[in-house]
Design a protein around this ligand. Structure first.
Ligand code: C2E
Ligand code: CA
Ligand code: CA
Length: 646
């Protein structure tokens, strides 16, 4: 062996070691299940085999001039090298297809795609007879034959095709994956061209092994997509995978399993065991679908993705899982009675974006739902939710929000007292949306602050016009979301808005619904106290709707307590309701708060409230919430009537 043999062997041995490292860590980290894992392993094995045949070729080459046997072995090992190497590029194309998640192609198209590979392999197989691919001269020096170009043309064909595929799926890939694939092309191309031009520099195999090492780090490694404890995919993975499916127009069913009593189970079993649901369920789900199709998005929520699946198959699977949930689950010695609801929605028919998929796992299940399996049109509420979310998001920019006013009156003499500002949303696509529907969504997506600021500004502008004062209004009520009140810097924020427009703070009465945990009283109390010190007034909204209102009436310094319409209405219909209303009124009076009753619709109700001597009334009997212009007209009409009476 001469020096050049040793140099070559060092290059091939390095390529072999890098390939072995890739293989080793692929198995250590158990990344062997997914189709792309399998192709990756084959690619690495091909490269390792290539390195071995190349090393052998060097030995055989050194001995070939001495013996005919070694000469034949040299030819065989060289042939094996080309044969194995020509399979790498078509396989890499397949790998890219799997990683990009591109659609499957027809059998005929697949056969067509194999043509360049076959065209390069046939001259290789007949090389021992015609030596058109390569040959060794009498000094055992390697020479390229004219047909060797075929292997480069074929490789180029597959690599270009894989780049095209990559371009088509560009938006479906994360940045990390794109970078890894580009790195692969650059490094592999460097090696290939170096060796093509300078035949003595054996850079190709080592470069390819390094390129595949990059792929191992950035594509095969999914640590950032997998939850460490459960081994299941996380939210981030679901988001990028759904995006990928959508970009590639891949049909699939997204099935969501939501444990509806997860909180109770967690409390029963103990909080240190918060992962029991994932532990118990992941084992079960892995029996039904391959683990790389299972996502654990929230505690107690699982998502399965089933490609090329019909609605019947999806329903069948839901039924199967429902059957399992009818039985008891066990965890250690404990029995877990799990309740679950199953949702199945089709991509792209019903799920058109990753956020649609997250609606399934995140949005509240409709209160009136009694089905265990929601599929097809059962999930229309999700579509509605996403439409409302879109309307809210673009509503402020497009001027779709409007503040309506509903007047309030003194019980005595039914004189005008003030008004409540109530927001409305007019959307071009889905029409008018009422706050009961969009306020909770705005709270969830973090838009409530901007909406409440908008209402406050509109109200300030109205007060600034002087009209409310002219018609004898005491104040205008503005609803505040409690979530917003808890934000740091809230007091300063409110003052800034009002000072900017420059209105009397006494004219603004904030309504808050007590719906916070007791632990936050202190904070809420400090906010209310500070704003009251600045001159604002406060009302407690929705008294009697089920929160622990007693404590907050005591601990928060409200000027007015608004008794919820449901209390008034049940007082009309039942004796128990009557008792609740009477006692509420008595109690609030003893606490020295003023009382407003909402939802007054009939004169009979007014008679009843007259006896109880509450302070203020609000309801459809007087007026529904109406746009500002109509409200001003209503005030003017009221004034005209007063004039007439005089
Ligand atoms: P709320 O504060 O309890 O407002 C009173 C609701 O009762 C209003 O519904 C009003 O239209 C309705 N109402 C008033 N009188 C009657 C009546 O005699 N009969 C019947 N059937 N209903 C009556 P609306 O406008 O749909 O508002 C619903 C809820 O949305 C409000 O309940 C409030 O919690 C919230 N909201 C409205 N505007 C805002 C806002 O600007 N910011 C915030 N954070 N929440 C708002
Ligand atoms: Ca209110
Ligand atoms: Ca209310």
């Amino acid at each position: 062996m001469d020096l050049s043999n040793y140099y070559n062997i060092s290059a091939y041995a390095s390529a072999f070691l890098v390939s072995m490292t890739c293989l080793f860590f692929t198995f250590i980290q158990q990344r062997t299940q997914k189709p792309n894992n399998k192709i990756y392993i084959i690619l690495i094995c091909l490269l390792a085999t290539n390195s071995v045949t190349s090393i052998l070729s060097e030995f055989f080459e050194a001995a070939a001039s001495r013996s005919k046997v070694y000469f034949t072995l040299l030819e065989i090992s060289q042939m094996a090298y080309f044969l194995v190497h020509s399979a790498i590029c078509p396989l890499f194309l397949y790998y890219v297809r799997l990683v990009c998640g591109s659609k499957r192609i027809t059998v005929r198209a697949r056969a067509f795609l194999l043509l360049p590979f076959i065209a390069s392999v046939i001259p290789l197989l007949v090389n021992p007879f015609f030596h058109g691919f390569f040959y060794f001269d009498e000094n055992c020096v390697f020479h390229r034959g004219p047909f060797e170009a075929l292997i480069y043309i074929s490789a180029g064909f597959y690599l270009i095709l894989s780049v095209v595929l990559l371009m088509f799926s560009w938006h479906a890939l994360t940045r990390k994956r794109k970078t890894a694939l580009i790195y692969f092309y650059v490094i592999a191309a460097l090696g290939i061209f170096t060796q093509l031009i300078f035949m003595k520099i054996k850079a190709e195999l080592f470069a390819e092994a390094l390129a595949l090492l990059g792929v191992l780090f950035a594509i095969e490694n999914e640590d950032d997509r997998i939850d460490f404890d459960t081994g299941l995919y996380n939210r981030r993975a679901l988001k990028s995978d759904i995006n990928g499916y959508i970009v590639n127009k891949q049909q699939l069913y997204v099935i969501c399993v939501r444990i509806t009593n997860a909180d109770i189970i967690r409390k029963a079993v103990g909080s240190e065991n918060t992962d029991i649901l994932s532990e118990v369920l992941s084992e079960y789900l892995k029996q039904i679908v391959p683990s790389y199709h299972i996502y654990n998005t929230n505690p107690g929520s699982f998502v399965l993705t089933l490609t090329d699946c019909t609605q019947e198959q999806a329903r069948e699977l839901c039924l199967q899982m429902k059957g399992r949930f009818d039985q008891v689950w066990t965890y250690g010695d404990s029995e877990l009675p799990l309740n679950a609801i199953f949702m199945a929605a089709e991509v792209p028919e019903r799920i058109t974006s990753a956020s649609d998929a997250f609606y399934m796992v995140d949005s509240p299940i409709p209160a009136n739902n009694d089905k265990k399996i929601l599929i097809g049109s059962d999930l229309d509420y999700l579509l509605r939710r996403s439409a409302v979310e879109r309307a809210v998001t673009k509503g402020l920019k497009n001027n779709c929000f409007e503040v309506y006013y509903q007047p309030t009156y003194h019980l005595k003499g039914q004189k005008l007292h003030g008004a409540e500002a109530l927001i409305r949303l007019h959307d071009k696509t889905i029409g008018n949306i009422f706050p009961d529907e969009f306020i909770p969504i705005a709270e969830q997506i973090g838009m409530i602050e901007q909406i409440d600021d908008f209402v406050l500004r509109e109200v300030c502008k109205f007060i600034k016009s002087g009209l409310p004062q002219k018609f004898g209004m005491n104040s205008i009520n503005v609803n505040l979301s409690v979530i917003e009140c808890m934000q740091p810097g809230f007091v300063g924020h409110i003052n800034r808005i009002v000072d900017e427009i420059g209105v009397d703070k006494h004219m603004i009465n904030f309504e808050i619904t007590e719906s916070v945990a007791a632990s936050d009283y202190k904070l809420l109390n400090s906010v209310v106290t500070a704003l009251k010190a600045d001159g604002f007034r406060f009302s407690m909204d929705d008294y009697g709707t089920g929160y622990s209102n007693m404590e907050s009436i005591f601990s928060l310094d409200f000027d007015v307590v608004k008794i919820d319409k449901s209390i008034l209405w049940s007082a009309e219909n039942s004796e128990l309701g009557q008792i609740i209303l009477e006692n509420s009124v008595r109690m609030i009076k003893q606490m020295k708060r003023e009382i407003l009753v909402e939802g007054v619709e009939t004169s009979k109700q007014i008679e009843m409230l007259d006896k109880l001597a509450v302070d203020y009334l609000q309801g459809y009997f007087f007026s529904k919430p109406i746009p500002k212009e109509d409200f001003i007209k209503l005030l003017q009409d009221g004034d005209d009537k007063k004039e007439d009476k005089k």
